[in-house]
Design a protein around this ligand. Structure first.
Ligand code: TMP
Length: 211
């Protein structure tokens, strides 16, 4: 049983192909088994409006400028906060998020050329809360990521290798800027990564697993 995760906001983030969704499912199952009341949401998405914005953002047929991209991600996120995250935290449940502002910092800020400080400034003006209790970055090299993305690619995934290299480095730079952002090596096997995620959460949020 894990105590002290009431109203905590935890984010899993990282480059495309880092294995985030599988780790989110493993973590959600682990926390539920340990009697933590948890809800998972994906950013962008999880609300009717957010899913429509997500479709616009990821459709390879759309041409979207860096600034528009940034504002659409932020708009979807504002809706996600109001409709899903705020009510869940109010009920004292834990929220597990698939991506958040850290992604906008890495993609639009560091890789897209908007600049990370501008992303943070806009987030501070648009959102109720910018920084979660803990953000875990699943770090993966480009080669491993590419092998894992053995399927049709969306508009963001189709961007050049140079862009994705900047995204990865952006996440690593962001982790150096803040103590509440921690990097886990996601090139390891799924169970090892899962164990490291659990250890990172216990250490950083000062949790104990009790019987
Ligand atoms: P997902 O497929 O992991 O849900 O993420 C959707 C894509 O959107 C992924 O390529 C990362 C990208 N993205 C951004 O560029 N900026 C953001 O703020 C977010 C949340 C995602």
């Amino acid at each position: 049983m894990i105590k002290n995760l009431k109203s905590k906001l935890i984010v899993l983030d990282g480059p495309d192909g880092c294995g985030k969704s599988s780790q989110r499912d493993l973590l959600a199952q682990f926390l539920t088994n340990n009697k933590v009341k948890i809800q998972c949401f994906r950013d962008p998405g999880s609300t009717a409006t957010g899913e429509k914005i997500r479709n616009i953002l990821l459709d390879p047929a759309n041409h979207i400028s860096d600034r528009t991209e940034l504002l659409l991600y932020m708009a979807s996120r504002a809706q996600l906060w109001d409709e899903c995250i705020a009510p869940t935290l109010k009920k004292k449940n834990c929220v597990l998020l698939d991506r958040w502002v850290s992604s906008t910092c890495a993609y639009q800020g560091f890789a897209g050329g908007v600049g990370v400080q501008k992303v943070i400034d806009i987030a501070e003006h648009s959102l109720e809360r910018v920084w979660p209790d803990l953000t875990i970055i699943l770090d993966v090299d480009l080669k491993t990521a590419k092998q894992r993305m053995n399927r049709g690619l969306d508009r963001m995934e189709q961007k050049a290798a140079a862009y994705h290299k900047k995204v990865r480095n952006g996440f690593l730079k962001l982790a150096k800027m803040r103590k509440d952002i921690v990097v886990v090596d996601a090139t390891q096997d799924m169970q090892t990564v899962h164990q490291q995620i659990v250890q990172t959460i216990c250490k950083n949020l000062k949790l104990k697993i009790e019987d």
